[in-house]
Design a protein around this ligand. Structure first.
Ligand code: ADP
Length: 358
């Protein structure tokens, strides 16, 4: 059909763009000071399009400056809308059959959940990437409805201490929503519910359920949510109404556990075990992304639950966005530097630039 042609053209275009930019993108976002503290001194010296310069403390009392390059840097005044606008092509490519992973990385309190879901008191302006991505998918699939028929369904899981837990569980939910167990590609969690959705309000209800389920377990262990990875997976299946061809794409929206390092002398028992699991899984993710960025032959997917589960959506034609978050406070400078170093390790910005110059 005519639309099929357009789609193929789009695919070609995407592939060209991918060849230029690579499949891995790294963005950085600096959150504003909280509680209206506008005039405090930030560790961020300045921000340019794809570059952030921070003020580093020095042993000798003199401040230093260090710059890091990214595909994009968002300053403290960037709106949720602006942030999403830059991710929109990535989200839209899911409808064309691509697999996409979006990770929010950073220390606890740096704004990961704000970016992905929004603040606790949601307003239309403050809606996060999750909501915007899904409503955009619904909007686009409606536009294409004469040529394509799309089915959208979601999963929500949590990984805590390398154990996977389904967040979309509730007595009677299965019957009401017509849930079936997942056998689609993407995340394969045995018995994790995959729920068909047809509107943004369906999605909001499910996210609330997921949040509630997550919170229930956190009361036992104080603020567990910052110490587990949560992953919203959106499965999209599109049938070309003329040819009957089926396209499958999926998108994983991952709010990672806080990346802060804990002082081994200060924590013991469960907290130490948690910290070790988080460390190991975040560095396993870093290893996977950086070996994809360097186009290594061997990609070490098997070193963590998260990378194992996302294996089909990391590498190959799949697209990855690592979105790192930093806090502007001076107290956070140690974590800020380690976050920026992590980002530098997984980034292809330098490589990309070198290739263009050749
Ligand atoms: P994390 O998920 O990394 O632990 P949060 O997203 O919970 O961090 O952010 C910590 C606090 O900062 C929350 O109260 C959140 O609403 C606020 N916050 C984070 N980013 C922004 C932002 N860009 N604009 C306004 N408030 C923000």
């Amino acid at each position: 059909s005519g639309y099929q042609k357009v789609l193929e053209e789009n695919r070609k275009l995407y592939n060209q763009v991918q060849d230029l930019k690579g499949n891995i993108r790294v963005y950085c976002r600096v959150r504003p000071f909280l509680g209206g503290k506008l005039n405090r001194l930030s560790t961020v010296d300045h921000i340019e399009e794809g570059k952030i310069t921070i003020i580093t403390p020095s042993k000798y009392g003199k401040e230093g400056r260090k710059s890091f390059n990214f595909n994009k840097v968002f300053g403290p005044s960037a709106s949720q809308e602006e942030v999403f606008a830059d991710m929109q092509p990535l989200v839209r490519s899911v409808l064309d059959g691509y697999n996409v992973c979006i990770f929010a990385y950073g220390q606890t309190g740096s704004g990961k959940t704000y970016t992905m879901s929004g603040p606790e008191e949601l307003t239309e302006e403050s809606l996060g990437v999750n909501y915007r991505a899904l409503s955009d998918l619904f909007y686009l699939s409606e536009l294409r409805k004469d040529t394509f028929c799309y089915d959208v369904s979601v999963q929500m899981i949590e990984i805590y201490n390398e154990q996977v837990r389904d967040l979309l569980v509730m007595d009677g939910l299965n019957k009401r929503l017509g849930i079936h167990n997942s056998s689609q590609k993407g995340i394969n969690v045995p018995d994790a519910n995959i729920v068909p959705v047809s509107s943004t309000s369906d999605v909001i209800n499910l996210m609330n359920l997921g949040q509630t389920n997550r919170a229930v377990s956190s009361t036992a262990m104080n603020d567990r949510s910052s110490r587990s990875h949560s992953c919203l997976t959106v499965h999209v299946q599109g049938r070309d109404l003329t040819s009957g061809t089926i396209l499958r794409g999926c998108m994983h929206l991952v709010d990672l556990a806080g990346s802060e390092r804990v002082n081994k002398s200060e924590v013991t028992g469960d907290r130490l075990k948690e910290a070790q699991h988080i460390n190991r899984s975040l560095s396993a993710l870093g290893d996977v992304v950086s070996s994809l960025a360097q186009k290594n032959a061997h990609v070490p997917y098997r070193n963590s639950k998260l990378t194992q589960l996302l294996q089909d959506s990391l590498g190959g034609q799949a697209k990855t966005l690592m979105f790192v978050h930093i806090s502007p406070e001076h107290e956070a400078i140690g974590e800020t530097i380690s976050t920026l170093k992590f980002a530098e390790r997984v980034s292809t910005v330098e490589l990309g630039a070198a290739r263009v110059n050749k």
